[in-house]
Design a protein around this ligand. Structure first.
Ligand SMILES: Cc1cc2nc3c(=O)[nH]c(=O)nc-3n(C[C@H](O)[C@H](O)[C@H](O)COP(=O)(O)O)c2cc1C
Length: 194
């Protein structure tokens, strides 16, 4: 099985990526092949609503020439897609939002001359996040947004693995956080059947 983690963290030694590394370790124990894409290292333009992609059913169909091509490819090859982001103003960071927008149009062909398919239907999707407030107050809006995003895209959303930023980096490496990532990976494995 393949998993792709699309990380919107913007700083080095990121809390969210420490959590994501633990998710990777647990996935690898289940023989998953995992790729983490650090979006800040890529050149990704925002969607400018040209609608070209909507009448091209065989591929993403996006005419922009940037690094999104490799992300489309990685997402189509993956069985599991994990979005990773710190919470910024109740949602994900701008680089991840740009990727999500490019995916929701490139992958879902719902708005062209004829209604087309979702190219990524039935893949498992989840969220890895960290936030400053209590989990529901900090990450609840993004969790709900992704639930709707996945329903719309015909993806199987398994929910979030979330930790609060309150006690320095060590908090994200403690047993409790490790146990949360292990349970999150169990949910992925159950959803995929492996
Ligand atoms: C610009 C900015 C906006 C933030 N907005 C929120 C927010 O709306 N809610 C929240 O709970 N935490 C918020 N935080 C706190 C971060 O989500 C938290 O510190 C997170 O663990 C940082 O993760 P990182 O190290 O991966 O960047 C914000 C932090 C920054 C820098």
């Amino acid at each position: 099985m393949k998993a792709i983690i699309l990380s919107g963290s913007l700083r080095e030694n990121s809390n969210t990526e420490i959590l994501a590394e633990s998710v990777i370790k647990h996935l690898e124990k289940h023989d998953y092949d995992v790729e983490m894409v650090k979006i800040k290292e890529k050149h990704i333009e925002p969607c400018t609503a040209c609608w070209t992609c909507q009448d091209i059913f065989e591929s993403h169909g996006c005419p922009k020439k940037d690094d999104m091509y490799e992300i489309y490819e990685g997402v189509l090859e993956a069985d599991v897609i994990l979005f990773a982001s710190p919470i910024y103003s109740w949602y994900c960071t701008p680089p991840l939002k740009a990727v999500m927008d490019r995916l929701v149009y490139g992958m879902n062909k719902y708005y062209g001359r004829k209604r087309g398919p979702s190219l990524w239907a039935d893949k498992v999707c989840g969220l890895i996040t960290t936030c400053g407030y209590e989990i529901e107050a900090g990450a609840g809006v993004l969790n709900e947004g992704l639930k709707r995003y996945c329903e719309h895209s015909n993806l199987n959303y398994i929910g979030m693995c979330a930790e609060r930023d309150m006690a320095g980096k060590e908090h994200f490496r403690r047993n409790e956080a490790m146990e949360h990532t292990r349970c999150f990976v169990e949910r992925i494995v159950e959803a995929k059947g492996v």
